[in-house]
Ligand binder design. Structure first.
Ligand SMILES: NC(=O)c1ccc[n+]([C@@H]2O[C@H](COP(=O)([O-])OP(=O)(O)OC[C@H]3O[C@@H](n4cnc5c(N)ncnc54)[C@H](OP(=O)(O)O)[C@@H]3O)[C@@H](O)[C@H]2O)c1
Length: 291
């Protein structure tokens, strides 16, 4: 896990965190959920200009092609940008799912391209579908179309189930992406993942702006002369998570990444840690809890 001193020394948004399979993932990502396709291209361009080198999309977001376009237009070498996408649809055969995954890769990076990380989007599709999606991911990896494969929204029981059918060299998965912010700290699954050295990618790190007036959060932000959003990104980084803040607003995109060169104190981290509301603190029904 990243330590505070390393994070402080990093002037850009690209300090790598080791993925479980030795690839490196930039410690700060840029989310594009709910970014309409006609907006995504500009948002990703702003994000790359602001220093993000890690973009998080999904089949479900219907903006993979726009992410790919913005990356190509940036003229930043492909191997300097980390792209994650996810499969939610486990209908049909493993071949059918693989075919949809190949389309995602082509949309993002062209026919000869690859993605860096491909995830099972959610266990909520049920036992059979999540197994088929995983088996398709293993084949995608064998075809060198993704550098790493992992999961999202997986609780302890889903990971234990995965171990029963994953190839030994693909378990533990390369990452688990879950909702993580001070009000939803998901301690059972974060503890389990840490014990297996599975990196945790933090979605909804800004709680979709729903807690922006929290008195503890605003006091800490004022003390550092930063925004509440920067405090939340910083909290996630100092916990060793990889936060994925999303914005379609140019100034916010840059501001949310201006989180280097200062740090929350141990006492402030403790205050934010104390805000955990367990299951109540999640934005909505949490797939980590599903069967
Ligand atoms: N794996 C999963 O199941 C899953 C689920 C949810 C999310 N994710 C990933 O995680 C990413 C982040 O989660 P999220 O998009 O749901 O939520 P989020 O990043 O916590 O919040 C995004 C919202 O906050 C607003 N915002 C951003 N910066 C702000 C600022 N500085 N001041 C005020 N408002 C600000 C944005 O508005 P504007 O855009 O208008 O600026 C947007 O409405 C997603 O984009 C996606 O990539 C994954």
């Amino acid at each position: 896990m990243s330590c505070v001193i390393e994070i402080n020394q990093q002037p850009t948004a690209t300090m790598p965190t080791p993925l479980r399979n030795n690839h490196a993932i930039p410690s700060l990502g840029f989310g594009v959920y709910d970014s309409p396709p006609h907006t995504t291209r500009a948002s990703v361009s702003h994000a790359l200009a602001a220093g993000y080198r890690h973009i998080d999309t999904a089949q479900y977001y219907e903006n993979e092609a726009q992410v790919g376009l913005a990356i190509r237009e940036s003229r930043i070498p492909r191997d300097e940008i980390f792209v994650t996408t996810k499969a939610l649809d486990g209908s049909g055969s493993v071949d059918d799912i693989l075919c949809r995954m190949r389309k995602s890769v082509a949309d993002i990076d062209g026919e000869e391209g690859y993605v860096d990380l491909f995830l099972v989007h959610s266990p909520s599709v049920g036992k059979e579908e999540r197994k088929r999606i995983w088996l398709a991911l293993e084949r995608l990896h064998d075809l060198n179309l993704t550098r790493a494969i992992g999961v999202s929204n997986y609780g302890v029981k889903h990971l234990e189930e995965l171990q029963t059918y994953a190839s030994p060299h693909h378990f533990p998965p390369a990452a688990n992406q879950i909702e993580l912010h001070p009000w939803c700290q998901q301690r059972p699954i974060t503890t389990y993942c840490s014990s297996l050295k599975i990196p945790l990618l933090a979605y909804c790190p800004l709680v979709r702006a729903q807690r922006s007036t929290d008195p503890i959060l605003t006091r800490i932000a004022t003390a550092h002369n930063v925004s509440w959003a920067q405090v939340l990104v910083r909290w996630a980084l100092q916990k060793g998570f990889v936060p994925l803040p999303k914005s379609d607003t140019k100034e916010r995109i840059a501001g949310n990444a201006a989180v280097w060169g200062w740090a929350l104190t141990e006492e402030e981290m403790g205050e934010l840690d104390g805000l955990d509301e367990g299951a109540e603190g999640a934005i909505g029904p949490n797939p980590v809890e599903c069967e």
